[in-house]
Design a protein around this ligand. Structure first.
Ligand code: NAD
Length: 422
């Protein structure tokens, strides 16, 4: 498959493919196996006419890419963002395949997206768009086929509208089709915190390996949505100092420590960090280069690239976001050798792990306590960390390569055992 000729062509899809190629080289995989495993299985492009509050109709474009269906139903979030592209959704779907496989979930990988600036929509408009998107992708998904969840620009409320739309078509309530739902309609305790919790868990575990204590830990976080704010809360509770935060409107620096709950209340009232008074304003670019123990990108892809990789001043880079580091930046960081990278497929895997728990609870109509959810989550994270460290030693490679080659090799094993059909 030539990467020049695919409909997914984009710098982010290329980034995911290059990462795959690197892991495949280490494993010595034959070309035919690589092509079959790398290429997304299928995609749908949907057109979404939505009536706006002013009576006019605007038509949005949306996507769902199912990358791998060989190891179980596909799993992956839905992103609402103005810069969504089919290539970006395909890359995110590919990363979901490796992530689910790496942490041992019986899922393939998928992702969805709609090109929209949610800040320009009223709540009723957002509801109509969410329902229309679900109506269009409903024939392609299901609790045994493909199970969406929240991502950038979508949340529990959007998931509630979507599960309601799907269930109205099905003729009965079908909670297993979507995860990240509100508690009142079959959500799981701990799902809202899960991704940030896993980022914080890995940060604590790797700092522990480096013998760095909570009191010595300063943290900078880019992106203050679900993942960024929950990671901030968990690390603050542990005793770390959050000295920098940002969202798409800009960032804030406070060497004495940002009060995370106050910042969260500000966003709840104002939708963004704009006007926040708890720190000195700075740009997102400046934020990334602040001296700190831990840097957590928790917004979008490719924010660590050849322009800033050499200037990072962190000891640990914990990838809350998917794909935040370009291939060029990886090379620079590997050559520097002074930064411990916790790669996205490992670091933010808590989100999909607790989504899996939510799906299990829905299928059984039997619900767990938050303690049970977190205990099972932490066990799964510890197992994944140990297997990644093992592979890193075995192949003498980077932690990203180790995580990817683990995820990729398990998918390949499943595909090989199943064989080709017909
Ligand atoms: P979110 O919509 O809740 O928050 C995104 C945050 O990023 C917001 O604060 C937004 O303002 C900020 N942002 C957007 N563009 C930015 C820019 N150019 N510069 C700085 N900040 C910017 O989304 P989320 O669910 O927290 O997802 C964040 C990242 O984590 C994404 O990469 C997503 O794929 C990944 N992720 C999310 C989950 C999950 O469970 N939600 C799971 C795994 C990975």
């Amino acid at each position: 498959m030539s990467l020049q000729n695919t409909i997914y062509q984009s710098s982010i899809f290329l980034q995911a493919c290059r990462q795959f190629d690197r892991a495949a080289d280490i494993l010595g995989l034959p070309t035919g196996v690589c092509e079959r495993t790398k290429q997304p299985r299928r995609c749908v492009v949907v057109s979404l006419p939505v009536r706006l509050d002013n009576g006019k109709v605007e038509t949005f474009e949306g996507y769902r890419v199912q990358h791998n269906l060989s190891t179980g139903p596909a799993k992956g979030g839905i992103r609402f963002h103005e810069h969504v592209t089919l290539g970006e959704v395909a890359a995110l779907a590919m990363w979901m395949s490796w992530k689910c496989s790496l942490v041992g979930l019986p899922y393939g990988g998928a992702k969805g997206g709609v090109i929209v600036n949610t800040h320009s929509l009223s709540k009723p408009e957002l509801e109509r768009l969410s329902r229309r998107y679900m109506q269009e992708i409903a024939p392609f998904i299901g609790p045994n086929v493909d199970i969406p969840a929240p991502d950038v620009g979508t949340d529990e409320q959007v998931m509630a509208w979507m599960v309601d739309t799907y269930s109205n078509h099905a003729g009965h309530y079908d909670p297993g089709v979507i995860t990240g739902k509100p508690m009142a309609i079959g959500g799981s305790l701990g799902r809202r915190e899960a991704t940030g919790e896993s980022v914080a868990w890995f940060v604590k575990a790797y700092l522990g390996d480096l013998r760095i204590k909570p009191g010595e830990t300063t943290v900078v976080i880019q992106g203050f949505g679900n993942v960024g704010s929950e990671a901030a809360l968990a690390l603050e509770a542990w005793g770390a100092k959050i000295i920098g935060i940002s969202d798409f409107t800009g960032g804030f620096h406070n060497p004495k420590g940002i009060n995370v709950r106050e910042a969260i209340s500000h966003v709840a009232k104002n939708r963004t960090l704009r006007g926040y008074m708890g720190g000195n304003p700075l740009t997102n670019n400046e934020l990334m280069e602040l001296p700190c123990m831990v840097l957590i990108p928790a917004a979008l892809e490719q924010v660590i690239n050849e322009n800033n990789a050499a200037n990072l001043k962190c000891r640990v880079l914990a990838e809350g976001a998917n794909g935040p580091t370009t291939n060029a930046a990886d090379k620079i960081i590997d050559a520097r050798g002074d930064i411990e990278v916790i790669p996205d497929v490992l670091c933010n895997s808590g989100g999909v792990i607790v989504s899996y728990f939510e799906w299990l609870q829905n299928l059984q109509s039997y619900y767990w306590s938050k303690e049970e959810v977190f205990e099972k989550l932490h066990k799964q994270l510890a197992k994944a960390k140990a297997s990644v460290e093992d592979k890193k030693c075995q192949y003498n490679c980077s932690r990203r390569e180790a995580a990817l080659l683990l995820g990729i090799s398990r998918v390949i094993e499943a595909k090989t055992k199943r064989g080709l059909f017909p």
